[in-house]
Design a protein around this ligand. Structure first.
Ligand SMILES: NC(=O)c1ccc[n+]([C@@H]2O[C@H](COP(=O)([O-])OP(=O)(O)OC[C@H]3O[C@@H](n4cnc5c(N)ncnc54)[C@H](OP(=O)(O)O)[C@@H]3O)[C@@H](O)[C@H]2O)c1
Length: 287
C-alpha cells in the first residue's frame, strides 16, 4: 500500500509516520514539500506519488490565531481537503482525514453523535467543517475521524504548556467551564493504523466517525490530574472562559460519543487518564 501523509511534523502526523510504516510505503510530507495552501502543489504531489491512501494530518490548528487569519485557515482546512478529495477520486484512492469536536457549539447536554447538527463557534471550527463537507461532496472514498483536545509528548499542547508553567509560577489559573476528552496523538495514530486495512476493503465502513479518549474532564480537571501524576504542588485555580480572554470562542461541552466507531469498526480508545499516564511515562523515558 502506498500512503501519502501530510503534516508529518504535527502531533498526529509524527505518530502516523511511524505507526503506518508497517502497512506499506509511507511518503511523508511537511509544509516545505507539500504546502496545503497551494492547490496546484497539492494536485502535483498527489499525481506524482499516486497513492492508494492519502492521510491528511496537516491542518491550520491555531484556534485563536485563525480569528485574524480566516482566509489562510480556510485555504488549508476548508479548500485543501476538497482538492485532496478530487485527486483521491481521480485515482480511486481513499482519503483519510481528521476533524474536530469544535464543529459543535457545545450546548448539547449529552455527548455528540455523528449526525448532530454542527454549529461551530469559531473560525477554526467553521473551516474544519468546510473541509468535511468538501470531502463528502466530492464522493471520493473517504474516512473522516473527528477527535478532540489532542496532545502528546511533542508539539504545542496543553500538557506541555502546563508542565512549563508549573516550573515558572506557583499558581495556575485554568478554565473550568469547557469540558471535553483529552486524546493523545499516539492513540489516534495507533487506531488509524489498526482500522485502515479493513476500511480500505469495506466501502460500507467508509464514513465519518467520532474517535476520542473515553471519559471527559475540564481543562482545570486535566491540569489537576497532570500535576497530581507528576507530583507537582502548584495551586490550580478554576476560572471561567470569560475570565480568560481568548480570541476564539470555544464550546462549553464538546464531548464526542464514540459509539458508532466502537460498534462498526471495533475501535475503542483508552480513557483520557490512561492516555495521560502513558504520555507522562514517554516524557520521563525521553528525559
Ligand atoms: N490539536 C487539537 O487539539 C485537535 C483537536 C481536534 C482535532 N484536531 C485535528 O487533528 C488533526 C491533527 O492535528 P494536530 O494536533 O496533529 O495538529 P498540529 O500538531 O498543529 O500539526 C499540524 C501540522 O500541519 C502542518 N501544516 C500547517 N499548515 C500547513 C500547510 N499550509 N501545508 C502543509 N502542512 C501544514 C503543520 O506544519 P508546521 O509544523 O510547519 O506548522 C503541522 O505539522 C488536524 O486535522 C486537526 O484539525 C486537532
Amino acid at each position: 500500500m502506498r500512503i501519502l501523509l501530510t503534516g508529518r511534523n504535527g502531533q498526529v502526523g509524527w505518530e502516523l509516520e511511524r505507526k503506518l510504516a508497517p502497512l506499506g510505503e509511507v511518503i511523508a510530507t511537511d509544509r516545505a514539500t507539500l504546502d496545503l495552501a497551494d492547490p496546484d502543489a497539492v494536485r502535483r504531489v498527489v499525481r506524482v506519488t499516486k497513492p492508494d491512501v492519502i492521510v491528511n494530518a496537516a491542518a491550520y490548528t491555531a484556534v485563536d490565531k485563525a480569528e485574524s487569519e480566516p482566509e489562510l485557515a480556510m485555504r488549508i482546512n476548508g479548500f485543501a481537503p476538497g482538492v485532496l478529495a478530487e485527486e483521491a477520486k481521480r485515482l480511486g484512492a481513499l482519503l483519510l482525514h481528521y476533524s474536530t469536536d469544535y464543529v459543535f457549539d457545545g450546548e448539547k447536554a449529552t455527548p455528540y453523535v455523528e449526525d448532530d447538527p454542527p454549529n461551530p463557534l469559531n473560525v477554526y471550527g467553521r473551516t474544519k467543517l468546510e473541509g468535511e463537507r468538501a470531502i463528502q461532496a466530492s464522493e471520493c472514498r473517504h474516512l473522516i475521524l473527528r477527535t478532540s483536545w489532542v496532545y502528546g509528548a511533542r508539539g504545542k499542547n496543553f500538557l506541555l504548556t502546563i508542565l512549563r508553567l508549573a516550573g515558572e509560577r506557583q499558581e495556575l489559573r485554568v478554565i473550568d467551564d469547557q469540558v471535553g476528552a483529552p486524546t493523545t496523538s499516539g492513540m489516534i495514530a495507533a487506531a488509524t493504523a489498526v482500522l485502515l486495512p479493513g476500511v480500505m476493503k469495506d466501502a460500507q465502513a467508509q464514513s465519518l466517525y467520532h474517535i476520542s479518549a473515553s471519559g471527559a474532564t475540564s481543562w482545570y480537571g486535566f491540569a489537576r490530574e497532570i500535576l497530581m501524576r507528576t507530583g507537582l504542588r502548584n495551586r490550580v485555580i478554576p476560572i471561567s472562559s470569560r475570565q480568560y480572554s481568548a480570541a476564539a470562542r470555544r464550546p462549553r461541552k464538546s464531548v464526542l460519543d464514540n459509539g458508532l466507531i466502537i460498534a462498526r469498526l471495533g475501535i475503542r480508545l483508552a480513557t483520557w487518564m490512561d492516555g495521560l499516564q502513558s504520555t507522562l511515562e514517554e516524557l520521563r523515558a525521553a528525559r
